[in-house]
Design a protein around this ligand. Sequence first.
Ligand SMILES: NC(=O)C1=CN([C@@H]2O[C@H](COP(=O)(O)OP(=O)(O)OC[C@H]3O[C@@H](n4cnc5c(N)ncnc54)[C@H](O)[C@@H]3O)[C@@H](O)[C@H]2O)C=CC1
Ligand SMILES: O=C(O)[C@@H]1CCC=N1
Length: 265
Amino acid sequence: MLTIGFIGAGNMAQAMMRGWSSVGEELSQLVYSPRSAQKVAAELEGVEAVASPADLVAKADMLVLATPVEALESVAAEIKPLLANKPGLIIASVLGGVPLNKLHAALGQQALIVRTLPNVNVAVGGGYTALAFGSAFDDETRGAIAGLFLTLGRAEELPEAQFGAVSALAGSGPAFVAGFVDALAQAGVANGLASQTALNLAKQTILGTVEHLNTLQMTPTQLADSVMTPGGSTAAGWDAMQAGNFNELILQTIQATMQKNAAAE
Ligand SMILES: NC(=O)C1=CN([C@@H]2O[C@H](COP(=O)(O)OP(=O)(O)OC[C@H]3O[C@@H](n4cnc5c(N)ncnc54)[C@H](O)[C@@H]3O)[C@@H](O)[C@H]2O)C=CC1
Ligand SMILES: O=C(O)[C@@H]1CCC=N1
């Protein structure tokens, strides 16, 4: 039985707990947060609230730091003195934009720290998590941690230098994709569809398109070309999308996200 202890009980922690809750009985999950741990634990199957970070350090095999970035200093002040008595404790940080060297400076050079960058889709097993390991890990432990995150969707080791772009695309990406779903649905409503019908069509179209790309191993351009009958209606819509600088807008979206991430590093 592996015990995972969350410091922070917000959106990201809840998504991870939900994802791991459905993995099976070999995982036990604990959560601490100053205000909401009891309420969150009551809503998630198999998750138990504890009264302090010290309880988590005592009971967990892996701590997940899932607080706002600003809380790192106070959390580290509380748990760092306890780590000497728990040398095998793994610390997985999900703090956006906080590199391994900052985490080690806060928690000690000997600490077993893995920087992770998950997205909220881990809640339903469809997540993406980038991983960067501190130097103290052996291969077996690295493999076991990667395996744990693979149960939440796709997971892979990436150089930290890529985390800014990965965070914008995959970490923040679910928000942007949800925004696109909403924009499609609103366009449907503006043209006479009932709102629930429009939302169903938008979601099914995105779901089916990704499935199509994956199953038939097509590039996005190949798939788009297969929809665009020459001189037909899709091509007219595509031209409008390009005239509105769709790609430029997405580039600006990713760059604004990356700039904000970089400010935290
Ligand atoms: N929401 C997302 O999609 C993603 C978030 N992240 C990172 O995850 C972290 C948490 O983000 P969210 O869950 O979105 O924020 P949130 O605001 O939903 O949750 C933050 C949680 O931390 C708790 N907290 C605050 N100060 C604390 C302290 N001193 N000790 C213990 N708990 C404390 C809060 O009570 C709350 O439960 C951030 O560092 C963010 O960069 C990373 C990837 C994706
Ligand atoms: O918005 C944020 O700052 C965090 C990082 C990636 C997704 N959410």
